[in-house]
Design a protein around this ligand. Structure first.
Ligand code: IPD
Ligand code: CA
Ligand code: CA
Length: 263
């Protein structure tokens, strides 16, 4: 497994260096839909990662956001987001990363998230802990909502009918604040590193959350869906926390849903 993680780290560092270089240049932006951006950097980073993965692990499957991967018969499958935080990247806001995770028979066993602007490399292997630049990281010790900083994210088409706006509003009243930094993979790493105490998002793709959820688990946190049921990589919602405030946050989701104003 170490070999897989080391290779993933080398590839993430190479793709991250490419993103950092392209970040300084004028961006070539196009639209997947009305507000879902894609840049030349997304495509170039993905091409690099997929090429490297194929040459190291020709039999493994690859699921990559921009469509460059391909499924195989293998029990191993890589989930790749070549640039998580595309909207930030396109606007020159330096919060983005590259993330790769390896799943064996559907279970994530290794993950890497690399923020090349801040030179932060997050890594985890199942059962072996979570690390930031090779130093062990752990979730925070906050035990009440009143002392928490939490985070969320919205899909490109969020509007004010989005249930998450209501969760956002309620947690703003209950915590130190709710951040929406624009990179789900980094948000998850911030929970693993104890910077945030919780994070949730209603619609995410597997490549956004595969590595980051493993990091949270390995850092001692809890991962579930928004009902407290088991987290599933291929299903939509994700909710992670330091574990200590998990039940209190679940109670807020349930209460908002129960009292939701019908529109
Ligand atoms: C997005 C980011 C964002 C999240 C969106 C994702 P992308 O990924 O992770 O934080 O809120 O749901 O789609 O498009 O920048 O790779
Ligand atoms: Ca993403
Ligand atoms: Ca992306």
């Amino acid at each position: 497994m170490e070999n897989y993680l080391n290779t993933a780290v080398d590839i993430a560092r190479e793709a991250g260096a490419l993103l950092a270089q392209l970040f300084k240049r004028p961006k070539e932006i196009s639209y997947k839909s009305r507000s879902d951006l894609v840049t030349d950097a997304d495509r170039r980073s993905e091409a690099l990662i997929v090429e490297r993965l194929r040459s190291h692990f020709p039999k493994h499957g690859i699921v990559a956001e921009e469509g460059g991967g391909g499924q195989t018969e293998s029990d191993y499958c890589w989930y790749v987001d070549p640039l998580d935080g595309t909207t930030n990247f396109a606007h020159g806001f330096p919060v983005f990363c590259v993330t790769l995770a390896l799943a064996y028979r559907g279970e994530v066993v290794a993950g890497v998230v690399y923020d090349s602007i801040h030179e932060e490399l997050f890594t985890a292997e199942r059962g072996a802990g979570a690390y930031l630049n090779n130093q062990r990281i752990r979730v925070s010790k906050a035990a009440t909502l009143a002392e928490c900083l939490v985070a969320t994210g919205f899909p490109p088409f969020a509007d004010n009918h989005d249930l998450n706006i209501e969760y956002y509003y309620r947690f703003t009243q209950l915590c130190h604040g709710v951040r929406r930094a624009g990179s789900a993979a980094l948000d998850l790493c911030s929970v693993a590193a104890g910077r945030f105490d919780g994070f949730w998002e209603l619609k995410l793709n597997p490549w956004d959350k595969a590595a980051g959820t493993l990091l949270v688990t390995e850092a001692g946190g809890r991962v579930s869906n928004l009902d407290g049921g088991p987290f599933e990589l291929l299903a939509d919602p994700v909710f992670v926390s330091n574990g200590l405030v998990h039940d209190a946050m679940l109670a807020v989701f349930a209460d908002v849903l129960k009292n939701r104003v019908k529109r």
